[in-house]
Structures are given as C-alpha cells and as structure tokens.
Write a protein that binds this ligand. Structure first.
Ligand code: SF4
Length: 229
C-alpha cells in the first residue's frame, strides 16, 4: 500500500456512527410551554455546561448511554406519539443533536427543543419549535445568555424566564422592554419551586399587565420531581 493510499479515506467505508449520549427516553405528559398537556415522548440528552442553582435535572449532567441516532428515532416511533421533546441537560451541547432533531422532523413528529439559550440555535432545523431560556440573575448563569440567539428564533418559538425572586422578575421585565420579547415570541414566566410563591408571581404579572404567559410545571403537579415523568 502506498503512503497516499494509506491516508485517503475509503469512499465505500461506512460513515462514522452518529451517536448521542442519552440520559433517558420516556413517555409522559408535556408539562410546560405551548405543548402543555400533550402526551409526548421525551429524549433527554446527557450533559450541560451550565450549573443553574435551582436546576432540577442534575441527574442528567453525567452518565447515560450512547445510542445511534437511528436507534433513538426508532425507539421514539415505538411510542406511537406525535409530540416529541428533545431536552437535557443542554441538548445542543452535543454537536450531533441537530441531526436527531432533523430526523425526528423527517419522521413526521411535532418536535420541540428545550435549550438553555447559551448555545447557538441557528443550527436547529426550522421545523423544530424552540423553547429557549433566558437565564435571570438568580440562576447564577445569566452571564451565559447568548443574546445573538434572539436573532435566530422564529415567530412560533418561545422564550422562557425562570424567576426565583423579585429581582429576577424586575430583570425579566427589563428584558421584555429592551428586546421587545413579547412582541416577537410567546414569553413564559415560571416560578422556581420553593423560591417564589406561584401566586405572588401571578399577581406581579397581573398588576403590571404583562403580556406574558404564567406557567407552572404540570408534570410536577402530577408526579412530583420524578425522573422519567
Ligand atoms: S441549563 Fe438547564 S440543565 Fe443546565 S444547569 Fe441550567 S437548568 Fe440545569
């Protein structure tokens, strides 16, 4: 074999396997955002570069199993459910996540992506409904907001701000104005469990006549903070 032949890839060779590290795949009720209430399949990818102080999915930071993307799509199909939510951790931290999103769309699913807002969303298939966080100061991770992502969201995407206290609420109100968030997308305000009373947040929203959608996590009402639910 010549040196050249030794370094030129074989055109007939199988492509590198497209795999993702998966924390869990499960069937539940969507507890958040616009698809709330729909039976959905959740694909939770392992890993997140952030450490929000109130994170409720720390179990997804590590571990999980590697799966071929086509196997993931096949497992999702086995649930015979239209809605699919790709979540984490931070799913976009795995560079092959956009391949999974595209293949799930190709398979005919209504696909949503839950992302921290700290990683470029321009790589996401336009058929995917993006639910993007803006991290308020109380998360400890507001410096990670990638503000250029706002230039890549589509009109049907959603922006979520999780609020731990009045300072977070005031910060969120300032972002509404500065970035015209509510004019461009559905905006969701969500209270941090145990930090701000849901009723208090609801009353702030009403008092200020904010054009945002209050939400609580329906799956936690149904099942508590149980992995796989
Ligand atoms: S971005 Fe999400 S998964 Fe990552 S630490 Fe924050 S809340 Fe947890």
């Amino acid at each position: 074999m010549t040196e050249q032949n030794a370094t030129v890839p074989d055109a007939d060779a199988a492509p590198a396997r497209e795999r993702l590290r998966i924390a869990e795949i499960f069937h539940s009720i969507q507890g958040e955002a616009d698809a709330i209430g729909w039976p959905s399949v959740f694909v939770r990818l392992t890993g997140c570069p952030l450490r929000c102080v109130w994170c409720d999915t720390e179990y997804a930071f590590h571990g999980g199993q590697w799966h071929d993307i086509d196997e993931i799509v096949a497992e999702v199909a086995s649930y015979a459910t239209r809605h699919v939510c790709v979540t984490g951790g931070e799913p976009l931290a795995q560079k092959r996540c956009p391949i999974l999103l595209r293949k799930l769309c190709d398979a005919g699913h209504a696909v949503s992506l839950e992302t921290s807002g700290s990683i470029d969303v321009s790589v996401v298939d336009p058929r995917v409904g993006i639910v993007m966080d803006l991290k308020a100061p109380g998360s400890g991770e507001s410096a990670r907001n990638l503000w250029s992502n706002l230039d890549h969201l589509k009109p049907g995407d959603q922006v979520k701000i999780v609020i731990a206290d009045r300072a977070d609420y005031d910060w969120a109100c300032a972002q509404l104005v500065e970035h015209r968030l509510a004019e461009r997308w559905m905006v969701l305000f969500s209270p941090v469990h145990g930090k701000v009373a849901p009723r208090e947040l609801a009353e702030w929203i009403l008092a200020d006549r904010l054009p945002v959608r209050f939400q609580m996590q329906l799956h936690k009402v149904l099942w508590g903070n149980t992995p796989g639910k």
